[in-house]
Design a protein around this ligand. Structure first.
Ligand SMILES: Nc1ncnc2c1ncn2[C@@H]1O[C@H](COP(=O)(O)OP(=O)(O)O)[C@@H](O)[C@H]1O
Ligand SMILES: [Mg+2]
Length: 234
């Protein structure tokens, strides 16, 4: 589905990613975990072509996408749910969802997809005429994910969906991610919540200072000594 090979990304002269490689197989949940500043957002923004890598290759369904403009990546059925949700606060839930289906393919099925979103997220149906800024943090995150799903993506990139949410709400969001995946959508989940992400993910990659330092099955990584010491405080 997604193959990232030897990605090197710079901000000016400062290198942010060093030979980052990983794979997201179709139908799976892959977690890319790491601390603040590890390079997680940079990785997602590079996949979405919001940042141009100095070198390296990104393939989606076998096709090289590095160097294409961002909207072309969207047409490749990749939805990017950005860090901090980036909703339109003074637009309603309904209006935010409509904005998600901007490309022609998604627009044609907008009403049908909208109904699917309301079924998947009943709380968004209840609040469809409320301004996005009046939603709770968890509801806003659900709206951000649903807005991404309005594209009918094959692959969804989730940047720190649990950030700033209370533990109970974090669990709900992780349930939502599982549901999205069960609906047939491949997930690349980027998180600082290392434990929950690795428990959920089929496969995990650990990013430290812009480098992939470990990878493996999510369940194996949670048990790993380095991970437990460095990220789980055990
Ligand atoms: N717009 C930017 N300009 C310069 N440096 C940046 C910019 N965005 C991120 N960085 C730097 O790149 C590194 C990786 O950041 P980021 O990808 O945001 O990490 P994460 O998402 O894992 O917290 C950090 O050292 C950060 O300071
Ligand atoms: Mg980030």
């Amino acid at each position: 589905m997604l193959n990232v090979t030897n990605l090197n990304v710079y901000y000016g002269d400062a290198q942010a990613l060093w030979d980052v490689s990983f794979r997201v197989p179709p139908g799976k949940i892959v977690a890319l975990v790491g601390s603040n500043g590890a390079g997680k957002t940079t990785t997602l923004r590079t996949i979405s072509n919001l940042i141009k890598p100095r070198s390296g290759e990104i393939r989606i369904d076998g096709k090289i996408t590095t160097g294409l403009p961002g909207y072309r990546v969207v047409e490749n059925a990749v939805a990017h749910v950005p860090e901090g949700r980036q909703l339109f606060p003074l637009m309603t839930v309904y209006e935010n969802l409509r904005v998600g289906s901007i490309i022609p393919e998604a627009k044609a099925n907008r009403e049908k997809t909208l109904q699917e979103m309301y079924e998947m997220f009943p709380v968004l149906y209840d609040r469809r005429n409320q301004l996005a800024e009046t939603l709770s943090g968890g509801e806003q995150q659900m709206l951000a994910i649903a807005r991404g799903l309005m594209l009918k993506p094959k692959l969804i990139l989730l940047d720190e969906p649990s950030l700033g949410l209370a533990p109970l709400v974090v669990s709900q969001i992780f349930e939502v991610i599982k549901e999205v995946n069960q609906a047939g959508i491949t997930v690349l989940l980027v998180e600082q919540n290392v434990q929950k992400s690795l428990e959920l993910a089929d496969e995990g990659y650990v990013l430290e200072n812009g480098r992939v330092v470990m990878s493996g099955k999510g369940k194996d990584l949670v048990c790993d000594d380095h991970i437990r010491k460095a990220y789980l405080g055990i």
